[in-house]
Design a binder for this molecule. Structure first.
Ligand SMILES: [Zn+2]
Length: 100
C-alpha cells in the first residue's frame, strides 16, 4: 500500500480510492495532515493503460467477431477492476506534478 511521502505512514485503501476519481484533489494523511498527490509517472501509466486497453479489446472484437454488447461489458469490467486496484499501484508525491 502506498505510503505518505511526508511521514511514511501507509494510507488506507479507502483514502486512496478517492484519488482514483480525481488525481488533482490529492489525499490528506491522517497522521501528519499534509496532502499528497499522484505522481506524474503514475498518471501517465494510468492514461496509457486506459487508452490502450479499450483499443486492444476493440481490435480483438474484430478478430473474434464479438458483439458490441460483449465488448461493452468487457470494457466496463476492465474499468471497474482498474478503479478498484488503482490505489494499490498509485505512487504519491509531496507536491502536485504537471502531467507533461
Ligand atoms: Zn503523513
Amino acid at each position: 500500500m502506498p505510503k505518505c511521502p511526508h511521514c511514511h505512514q501507509p494510507f488506507m485503501y479507502k483514502q486512496l480510492l478517492r484519488i482514483s476519481w480525481s488525481s488533482r484533489v490529492g489525499v490528506e494523511c491522517s497522521n501528519c495532515q499534509k496532502t499528497s498527490f499522484e505522481s506524474a509517472s503514475s498518471k501517465k501509466k494510468l492514461t496509457l493503460v486506459t487508452i490502450i486497453t479499450p483499443i486492444t479489446i476493440i481490435i480483438f472484437r474484430e478478430l473474434l467477431n464479438l458483439s458490441m454488447t460483449v465488448v461493452s461489458f468487457i470494457i466496463l469490467m476492465f474499468l471497474g477492476i482498474l478503479t478498484l486496484t488503482l490505489p494499490l499501484y498509485t505512487k504519491l508525491t509531496k507536491e502536485e506534478e504537471p502531467l507533461w
